[in-house]
Design a protein around this ligand. Sequence first.
Ligand SMILES: NC(=O)c1ccc[n+]([C@@H]2O[C@H](COP(=O)([O-])OP(=O)(O)OC[C@H]3O[C@@H](n4cnc5c(N)ncnc54)[C@H](O)[C@@H]3O)[C@@H](O)[C@H]2O)c1
Length: 313
Amino acid sequence: MAVFITGGAGFIGPALANEFLAAGYDVLAFDRYPPNDKILRAWGDRVHFVQGDIRDRDLVRSLIKESGTDPVVHLAGILTAGCDRDPDLALAVNVMGMRTVLEGAREFGMRRVVMASTIGVYGQNLPQPIKESWPTEPDGWYGVTKLMSEQMGLLYVRRHGLDFRAVRFAAVTGPGRTAGSGSASLFTSFIPEMAAKGLPYEIEVEPDVIYPVVYIKDAVNALFRLATVEQAPRRIYNIGSGRIVTSEMVAAVKARLPEAQFTYKPDPVIMSVVRGYRDWEIDCTAAAEDLGWRPAYSAEQMVDDIITTVRQG
Ligand SMILES: NC(=O)c1ccc[n+]([C@@H]2O[C@H](COP(=O)([O-])OP(=O)(O)OC[C@H]3O[C@@H](n4cnc5c(N)ncnc54)[C@H](O)[C@@H]3O)[C@@H](O)[C@H]2O)c1
């Protein structure tokens, strides 16, 4: 059993690689940048890491051909704010990257491709809670590129019989995110993480921002289940576990770490992304019914786990 994880050195990739390792899979991880030393040390020779660009079709093609891994879990991509800052790059990486992975899978007979999509594909003013069948009218370039990627995957199902599957994640929160990801939801991870590191933090959003989240351990568990379950009755699953209110997260951290230093410095690009989500509630009934997935971490438990993990180094 082997899995090919693109974006394997990012935030979700190494945690997912560990989940597959624990289940006895060989892991081929691919990313534009190498993972940090701590991850590399933990992987040892159990993960084969290849550095390269998802836009390099020949390289990705040859990796799929030679590795013979199945499934492919496609995580390489540009996130929310990064997409709005550079839509051309977002299209080249997110959309054409997906096309390269799908085409490689078709060409070399892979059975299953799984992608990490986003709740950002939905439109505004929807009835709550939001189900997978609700209208998709993304409000930004990130959602557009992910919706196009989903649609390409579904086309490969119809035309080529590929077993394409996707999760639509809420903001994935947890320790070890980096600013380089271009994500607008970094504050949901950084509020507890910076405090646990004893660093002051300028929060990039306003105190009343409310955001749908899912904890990294729950997110990885969902992705692993979807990638490995024999039959997935639906192709696309919402994955979220509730909402955080920024000022409440700050209060929860301060209750645990009274010395934590926060100031608010809202960033206009980030605010334009996060503002739209305040009333959103994500319906995850389909994932519970079909995959047996239920989130284990509440907002308070996320804060506790991030602080504990950071302190353990
Ligand atoms: N983190 C979230 O909140 C969230 C929510 C919904 C969906 N997702 C999706 O999950 C996936 C993983 O997200 P993440 O949180 O780990 O983000 P991340 O930014 O930490 O990881 C993405 C990885 O893709 C790599 N990458 C970017 N451009 C590349 C390129 N041209 N070639 C090769 N690799 C490239 C980056 O180096 C990075 O390691 C992404 O596709 C993202 O859109 C994430």
